[in-house]
Design a protein around this ligand. Structure first.
Ligand SMILES: Nc1ncnc2c1ncn2[C@@H]1O[C@H](COP(=O)(O)OP(=O)(O)OP(=O)(O)O)[C@@H](O)[C@H]1O
Length: 631
C-alpha cells in the first residue's frame, strides 16, 4: 500500500515566492495539474492579469499558514428528543440527558501553504461543519486539536483567514463594481493608491468573469439581481481582495456551469500556488476539477474515510480492496459512491458494476470497513506527522517590540491603516451616505470619466439613491419646510437653512444612537424598545416639554441630543438683543424664563456636543460590532 501522503517540503520556497507570485506558479514538488485546453487558451489573459496583479497589490506579504487538524470531533445537543417526545421542560420536567448527535468523528488532516484541499462527501456528511470548525467559527466545544502554524486559533489568525460561506453575505443593493470597490478601498494596503485599488477591482472583475454584470445590482431574495453563480464569484472576489493566508470556501462552485466552476477552481489553485492555504468543500467535481486538488478529505456520515494526497486516492482504495469498476472513472464519483457505502462489485470479474441496490446493511458495512481501514492505514501516518514540529516562515519567535507588532497588526488587519479603516467603517455607519461616498471617493480618483459613465449608465444607482433619500433627507426637509412656514417662525432664509441643518444633524445623531443600541444588544426587539424609551427620556429631558426637571435626573439633559438640538433651534430664532412685548414695556427675549433656563450663551458648545454624539454613538456601534465579531 502506498503511503497516503508523501510529504515534500515545498513550503519554504513557496513562502519566499508568495511575495511575487499570485496564480499559476507551480510549487516545487507539487503534482502537475492538467488544465483544460479551453482554459489554457484563456491563460494568456489570465497571466497578463496576474502579472499586473503582481505589480500592484497582491505582493502584499503573506504569512504562510500550515493548518493541522487532528481528531476533530464535534457534537450538538438536539432540541427534539430522539424518542419523539416533546422534551420541553415546561411540559415534562424529566431529567433525561439531552439527546446529542455527533457530526464529526475524529477527522484529521494537514494542509500547507501552496496546497489546495478539497473536502468531499455526500450531502450532510459534515463538510460545512468541518470547514466552519477550521475557520474557528463553530459554536460550542470542538474536541481534538486544530493548529495554525502550531498555535491555536487567535484573533490575528482570524484576520488572515478568508471565509466564503455557502450562502453569500453581500449587500443586495450594491452593484458588483461597488461591492468589490468598497471591499478594495476598505481592505487593501495603504501603500496602494486609490487608482491601484480600482484597477485591482477591475482586474478581479475580469478574472472572475464578472465584466458583463459589473454594473448589475447584486440582489437577493427579494430584490432580483445577478445570477447565483455570479453572486458566488463576487463573494469569492471579496475574500480574494482581502488577500488571506488561509482561504476557506464552502461550495464555491455550486450552481455554476462546468466552465465557470473550472475557472473558479483554477483561480483557487492559483491562489494556493501563491503561498496561500486553500480549503474548499465541493459537491461533485468533474475529473478535470478533481485533478486540480492537491489533497482531499473524504467524509462519510462525519467520519473520515480518506485524508491525504488527491492523486494517491485510487491507489489507496485499490490497496484496501476497492478498485474502480472502470479504468477511467472520475475519482470524485468513485469517492462519493464509497462515502455513501456503495462499493464497486469486484467479485464479478467479467461483469464489474456498482451495487446499485439500496441495501442499508451492505452500505453500512462498506462504510464501517472504510472507516476501519482509515483508522488502521491512514490515521497512524497522519498522527505521526502531527508530532513533527514544523516551522515555516512562521511569526517571529517572541521578542517583537510593540511598534512592529502594532504595525503588523495594522497591516494585516486593515491594510490601509487605522485611519482609513476606521473612517470608512464609520462612514459605513452613516446610513444616508453609506457606500456611495466610499465608491465615489475611490472611483473619482481612479477614473472620473469611467465612474461618471458608470453612474449615468447605472439607473439603479439613482434609483437606490432616490430610495434612500426620502427617509433620511427628503422627508425631514419637507417636514421642516412645512412646519417652519406654517409655524410662523422667523421669515429669514438663513434661519430656515440653519434650522433645517440642525434638524438633519439631529436625525443623524438619533440614527447613531439607534445603531449603537442595535449593535450592543444585537436583538431587534430589545433594541427597538430600548431606543424608543431612550428617545422619549431624552425628549422629556430636553427642556421643551418640561422646564423644571427634578434635580436627581436633571443631568440627563447633558446626554440628551434633543436638549442640544432644542437649544440650537431656539438660538437661531432669537438674537441676543431681541425684545418682546411684556405688558407695557419691552423685555429681552433672553430674559424670558424658559429661554433663560435653557441658557443660549454658548451655541458652539451645543454644536460640539452634538458632533461628539454624532461620532461617539457610531464609535460605540463600531466597537460593539467588533466585540460581536471577536466572539
Ligand atoms: N446546528 C445544527 N443542528 C442540527 N443539525 C445540524 C446542525 N448543524 C449541522 N447539522 C447536521 O449535521 C450534518 C452535517 O451538516 P453539514 O452542513 O456539515 O453537511 P454538508 O456535508 O456540508 O452538507 P451539504 O453538502 O448538503 O452542504 C447534517 O445532517 C446537518 O443536518
Amino acid at each position: 500500500m502506498m503511503p497516503p501522503e508523501q510529504e515534500t517540503n515545498t513550503t519554504t520556497s513557496l513562502a519566499n515566492r508568495s511575495e511575487n507570485a499570485w496564480v499559476h506558479a507551480e510549487p516545487s514538488g507539487s503534482t502537475t495539474t492538467d488544465v483544460s485546453p479551453r482554459l489554457e487558451a484563456q491563460m494568456p489573459d489570465q497571466q497578463q492579469a496576474n502579472s499586473a496583479c503582481r505589480s500592484s497589490i497582491l505582493h502584499r506579504s503573506l504569512r504562510p499558514v500550515t493548518l493541522k487538524f487532528e481528531d476533530v470531533t464535534y457534537g450538538i445537543n438536539l432540541r427534539i428528543s430522539t424518542t419523539g417526545k416533546d422534551s420541553s421542560p415546561c411540559l415534562s420536567p424529566t431529567h433525561e440527558p439531552k439527546p446529542t448527535r455527533t457530526l464529526l468523528h475524529g477527522v484529521s488532516g494537514v494542509v500547507r501553504p501552496g496546497e489546495l484541499l478539497a473536502m468531499l462527501g455526500p450531502s450532510g456528511s459534515g463538510k460545512t461543519t468541518l470547514l466552519t470548525a477550521l475557520a474557528g467559527r463553530l459554536p460550542g466545544k470542538v474536541s481534538g486539536t486544530i493548529t495554525y502554524n502550531g498555535k491555536a486559533f487567535s484573533s490575528s489568525m482570524k484576520r488572515k483567514t478568508g471565509f466564503v460561506t455557502q450562502d453569500d453575505v453581500l449587500y443586495p443593493h450594491l452593484t458588483v463594481l461597488e461591492t468589490l470597490t468598497y471591499a478594495a478601498l476598505l481592505r487593501l494596503p495603504k501603500e496602494l493608491s486609490k487608482q491601484d485599488k480600482i484597477e485591482q477591482t477591475e482586474m478581479l472583475i475580469r478574472e472572475l468573469g464578472l465584466a458583463r454584470c459589473r454594473n448589475g445590482v447584486v440582489g437577493g431574495t427579494i430584490l432580483r439581481g445577478i445570477s447565483g453563480g455570479e453572486r458566488k464569484r463576487v463573494s469569492i472576489g471579496q475574500e480574494m481582495l482581502v488577500n488571506p493566508s488561509l482561504l476557506l470556501l464552502d461550495e464555491p462552485t455550486s450552481g455554476l456551469d462546468s466552465t465557470t466552476a473550472q475557472r473558479i477552481v483554477v483561480t483557487l489553485r492559483g491562489l494556493s500556488r501563491g503561498g496561500r492555504t486553500v480549503i474548499t468543500t465541493i459537491h461533485q467535481p468533474s475529473s478535470r476539477l478533481y485533478r486540480m486538488f492537491d489533497k482531499v478529505v473524504v467524509l462519510s456520515d462525519g467520519c473520515p474515510i480518506y485524508s491525504g494526497k488527491a492523486d494517491q486516492v485510487m491507489d489507496y482504495f485499490g490497496s484496501i480492496g476497492y478498485m474502480p469498476a472502470f479504468n477511467f472513472v472520475n475519482p470524485a464519483d468513485f469517492l462519493l459512491d464509497l462515502a455513501n457505502g456503495i462499493a464497486p462489485d469486484v467479485r464479478q470479474d467479467d461483469q464489474i458494476e456498482f451495487q446499485g441496490r439500496l441495501d442499508h446493511d451492505d452500505q453500512n458495512s462498506t462504510k464501517q470497513s472504510l472507516i476501519t481501514s482509515y483508522k488502521k492505514n491512514l490515521y497512524p501516518a497522519l498522527k505521526q506527522r502531527f508530532t513533527q514540529v514544523v516551522r515555516i516562515n512562521g511569526p517571529p519567535a517572541g521578542g517583537s517590540n510593540l511598534k512592529s507588532c502594532l504595525s503588523q497588526f495594522c497591516q494585516a488587519y486593515c491594510g490601509g491603516g487605522w485611519a482609513s479603516l476606521f473612517l470608512l467603517h464609520l462612514l459605513g455607519l452613516f446610513p444616508p451616505i453609506q457606500c456611495h461616498i466610499c465608491v465615489s471617493f475611490g472611483a473619482s480618483n481612479a477614473n472620473k470619466r469611467t465612474f461618471l459613465r458608470d453612474v449615468r449608465l447605472s439607473s439603479y444607482y439613482f434609483a437606490r439613491m432616490a430610495g434612500d433619500l426620502p427617509m433620511e433627507l427628503v422627508l425631514p426637509t419637507v417636514f421642516v419646510t412645512v412646519t417652519y412656514w406654517m409655524g410662523g417662525l422667523k421669515p429669514s432664509l438663513v434661519t430656515f437653512v440653519l434650522t433645517l441643518l440642525i434638524i438633519l444633524f439631529n436625525v443623524l445623531v438619533s440614527q447613531g444612537l439607534g445603531l449603537a443600541l442595535g449593535a450592543i444588544l444585537m436583538e431587534v426587539k430589545q433594541a427597538t424598545t430600548l431606543a424608543s424609551v431612550t428617545m422619549l427620556v431624552f425628549l422629556l429631558a430636553g427642556g421643551y416639554y418640561i422646564q423644571h426637571i427634578p434635580c436627581f435626573i436633571a443631568w440627563l439633559k447633558y446626554i440628551s441630543f434633543s436638549h442640544f438640538c432644542y437649544k440650537l433651534l431656539v438660538g437661531v430664532q432669537y438674537s441676543v438683543n431681541e425684545v418682546y412685548e411684556c405688558g407695557l414695556v419691552k423685555c429681552k427675549v433672553m430674559d424670558f424664563p424658559a429661554i433663560k433656563y435653557l441658557g443660549l450663551d454658548n451655541k458652539w458648545w451645543d454644536v460640539a456636543a452634538l458632533a461628539v454624539m454624532l461620532v461617539g454613538y457610531r464609535v460605540l456601534a463600531y466597537l460593539a460590532l467588533k466585540m460581536v465579531q471577536r466572539h
